[in-house]
Ligand binder design. Structure first.
Ligand code: NAD
Length: 499
């Protein structure tokens, strides 16, 4: 019998009642390992009602007391890091070492959020006018929701939950239906850490569940991460329903390789950044842009040598560089893109399509593929492939290289490899992209800075984690108060000027 997963509402596992389920696979074997319920509108509304009630008390806790719950949560997760990472790998397919990174990058935002009281202090101006003091306070929004993708089932829910909870909101997580078990375990651990029941609810589901969250007036803000069409849909619907939204989408991250870069270092880095997690990272480098023919020829030769040594294996195989993709449709989509690239005239110099893992012939595995001589008008350049495919677009000079990521519709991350400080500085200032790496391949900002792409990689005006996240999850109330010093003014019909 297939194991049946649940929702987590009001501090308890709750069985789904909609009668609709989605299969959760073991991507190593291709077999269904469990099924997750898809919440109906009524089930989602029940979770919202529960969260709304729980928020009243939680929002009234003092910020330090709330932060202590996050501190206990950190201890609990760290104590079970190994088993949590294995659980994550078993549904996602990334290696256990990579799964630990997924959890760790999430915990770093919880660490940051535990310092939330500092960011919630507000502002105060004494004597803003005669006998007048002005102060601003940050108050929680109430019930907020996070809708998250399959590729970071620990990190992204924690990026959203940490600042949301520290700010005094209750949080409803609608995780990806493809790997929901770690989010459910996170809910249990928050409860164990002392979070009141109902403050972190998990509602599993798909579009109907998301639409119920979008349309319910009790949900005040939506944080989304996933593909661009859905990010734009959620942003639009949230705005139409009067909610705040920060919605992060797809990516096509370039790495510019200048002629003065250390090409061995670049090649090693590109292999990790391009193929790590089977390329299923929003910050994966999927386009390498060597500048000049000599750089390109030398880089391609080094890459071909290294791509052949990449080890694809079972996610629990400690020697594997990466594991299977998430599901068969993902394998089919990536294979189709490889066909498209060949048809468009790009040179497929390494073909990973025929890879199979002995003993796991039905697993969702793909070998690494490498395209050379890709041009900016090809679909394999313009669209996100989200798999183990690295493409090379050759640029004649720096300005041409700079234009590529700047003019691409996505603007998540970009990187430049050079030994010249002036070039790096110019690039960082001028490139039209939200996050920039200088001799760093995957420039995911540290927890106390904010994360967010530009253009069609991000909709909304505040980024994730860092100080922006506390602005997103709180509303500012400003009080202008006067305690007259015995002097009573006549009524005034002129706008007060603080004179
Ligand atoms: P996805 O858009 O398919 O799903 C994301 C979430 O939206 C899931 O919870 C899913 O259930 C829900 N969803 C799916 N279809 C929906 C619909 N029609 N209406 C409402 N909700 C819907 O994305 P995914 O495949 O899980 O994740 C991969 C994508 O996420 C890639 O495009 C990747 O680049 C992107 N991503 C972006 C970032 C970032 O920070 N910019 C980070 C990680 C992943």
């Amino acid at each position: 019998m297939t194991r049946e997963l649940t929702h987590f509402i009001g501090g308890k596992h709750v069985a789904g009642t909609s009668g609709r389920f989605s299969d959760v696979f073991d991507p190593n074997t291709g077999l269904v390992q469990s099924r997750v319920p898809l919440a109906s509108r009524e089930e989602t509304e029940a979770a919202i009602a529960n969260a709304e009630e729980a928020q009243l008390a939680w929002g009234a806790w003092n910020p330090s007391r709330r932060a202590r719950v996050l501190m206990r949560f950190l201890d609990l997760v760290n104590a079970e890091m190994d088993s949590l990472a294995r659980l994550l790998s078993s549904e996602h397919g990334k290696t256990v070492a990579d799964a630990k990174g997924d959890i760790q990058r999430g915990l770093e935002v919880i660490e940051f959020a535990a310092g939330g009281p500092h960011l919630l202090k507000g502002e105060y101006s004494t004597g803003a006018g005669t006998d007048i003091d002005v102060y601003s306070m940050r108050q929680p929004l109430g019930v907020v929701a996070g809708i998250t993708p399959f590729n970071f089932p620990a990190m992204i829910p924690l990026w959203k939950a940490g600042p949301a909870l520290a700010s005094g909101n209750s949080f409803i997580l609608k995780p990806s239906e493809r790997d929901p078990s770690v989010p459910l375990r996170i809910a249990e651990l928050f409860l164990e850490a002392g979070l009141p029941a109902g403050v972190f609810n998990v509602v599993n589901g798909g579009k109907d569940t998301v639409d119920a969250l979008l349309e319910d007036p009790r949900v005040k803000a939506i944080g989304f991460v996933g593909s661009t069409p859905i990010a734009q849909y959620i942003y639009t619907q949230a705005a139409a329903n009067g909610k705040r939204a920060q919605c992060f989408g797809g990516a096509k991250n370039h790495m510019i390789v200048m002629p003065d870069a250390d090409l061995d270092m670049v090649a090693d880095t590109l292999i990790g950044a391009g193929y790590g997690a089977a390329g299923e990272r929003c910050m994966a480098i999927s386009v390498a842009v060597p500048v000049g023919k000599a750089t390109a020829d030398a880089l391609v030769a080094k890459l071909i040598e290294r791509v052949k040594t990449v080890k694809v294996g079972h996610c629990l195989d400690e020697s594997a560089d990466y594991g299977p993709l998430i599901n068969q449709p993902a394998v089919d989509r990536v294979s189709d893109y490889i066909t498209v690239g060949i048809d468009e005239g790009a040179d497929l110099v390494v073909d990973g399509r025929d890879f199979t893992l002995d003993g796991y012939e039905n697993g969702f595995f793909m070998g690494p593929s490498l395209f050379d001589n890709v041009t900016a008008d090809m679909r394999i350049y313009l669209e996100e492939i989200f798999g183990p495919v690295l493409i090379i677009v050759r640029a004649d000079n720096y300005e041409e290289a700079l234009r590529l990521p700047s003019e691409h519709e996505y603007g998540n991350g970009v990187s430049i490899y050079t030994n010249d400080g002036g070039t790096a500085r110019d690039f960082a200032a001028r490139v039209n992209t939200g996050m920039v790496g200088v001799n760093v391949p995957i420039p995911v900002p540290i927890a106390y800075h904010s994360f967010g792409g530009w253009k069609r990689s991000g909709f909304g005006d505040l980024n994730q984690h860092g100080p922006d996240s506390f602005r997103f999850y709180t509303k500012t109330k400003t009080v202008t108060s006067r305690w007259p010093n015995g002097v009573k003014d006549e009524a005034s019909f002129v706008i007060p000027t603080m004179g």
